[in-house]
Design a protein around this ligand. Sequence first.
Ligand code: SDX
Length: 429
Amino acid sequence: MTDKKASMSLPGGNFDYPVLEGTVGPEVIDIRKLYGQTGMFTYDPGFTSTASCESAITYIDGEKGILLHRGYPIDQLAENSTFMELSYLLLHGELPSKKELDQFSYTISRHTMVHEQLASFFRGFRRDAHPMAIMCGVVGALSSFYHDSTDITDPEQRMIASHRLIAKMPTIAAMAFKYSLGQPFMYPQNSLSFTGNCLRLCFGVPAEPSEVNPVIERAMRRIFILHADHEQNASTSTVRLAGSSGANPFACIAAGIACLWGPAHGGANEAALNMLREIGTTKRIPEYIARAKDKEDPFRLMGFGHRVYKNFDPRAKVMKATADEVLKELNISDPVLDVAKELEQIALHDDYFIEKKLYPNVDFYSGVILNAIGFPTDMFTALFAVARTVGWVAQWNEMIADPDQKIGRPRQLYVGATQRDYVPVDKRG
Ligand code: SDX
């Protein structure tokens, strides 16, 4: 707490508001009393200058391209950690001991199966349903199966629900994938790692034994680690807002999935690969760069730009290296990767992108890897949701446990009609 103040000279007089500082990053002006004292709101559509909460989970320095999870740099975690270890870190705040990690991994593995009746939910979807449409519906429906872990005032039930969500997301995402293929659902194999199990659920078939390629498992593990959490992004803020009303955690995560689906957010990985495929060859890059710069053209370079990063997204750097590694190890030459690299180079030397500080983000290269592994583009965001679930539940738990937590209820700048009287239809013009 500091004794710093922010002074505002407003029509109603001069007002001072406390300045709060965190352990690192921008200080905040505590304006919680502003409306009560002045009758005025602040105005910040898109929340570009608004801190919605206090959090200790993830820190991003957009200018420097830094991403820390509980203080640990993302590149170190991507290189050295596992998704289960990172999940423990995000949920509990510290890296686990070996005993703690083994216990946590065991607990998660014991929740990987879904209620057998859940499989019937899939039958109602068209075979060509987008996997994110299925994820929204099926994850929300989990709340109808788990009445024993929806009392959010009970920390133990909150943690059981969190474990269930982390563990079941790969199973449900894989079921959506299998359903689209007309293949039978696979059952989890708990002897495998979280990532290995997810790959086997997606690519294994009951008719034959399946081995998980260690190169692909390592790449997939990195992808899950890079997507686990990212401060107060749109889908995490959606989960927090849904949770602030006391909604059960399954419904909150379903809301997060819905928000992640958008092409401006998690849907960008699917859109980025589709864009790279549409560009097709490096010769057509200038045409698309020109379109991205054209104010009259709604086209944007998918996988480029970020609300917070005004430098390289540190995740994109790891993703680019992983794309090189996977394609080389799998002996795949994908022209889309050449287009991606050339597009990045041209954009990074173009004044428009330099001036607007637009760099590749986490979604720019991820699709190249997922495509090389064998996933169709419409599964990319579902896999993003599998990873981001641990971030969502960690942030949701932090919010529920916050003694200052209250229902989120923003106000507005009203620009509509002032009061007027009703006119019966036979008297209207
Ligand atoms: C994710 O928030 C998170 O942390 C998200 C995420 C996470 O892990 O949770 O990191 C995951 O969602 C990454 C972002 C994925 N989205 C895309 O790649 C879609 C393409 N990018 C853009 O739509 C855009 O960059 C956003 C949505 C990501 C950010 O938009 P902002 O912060 O609202 O910025 P803006 O739209 O105001 O853009 C600033 C300027 C604008 O030009 P001007 O109006 O100032 O003239 O930059 C331009 C934009 O037109 N611009 C782009 C561009 N992105 C921004 N121009 C061309 N191509 C782009 N990609």
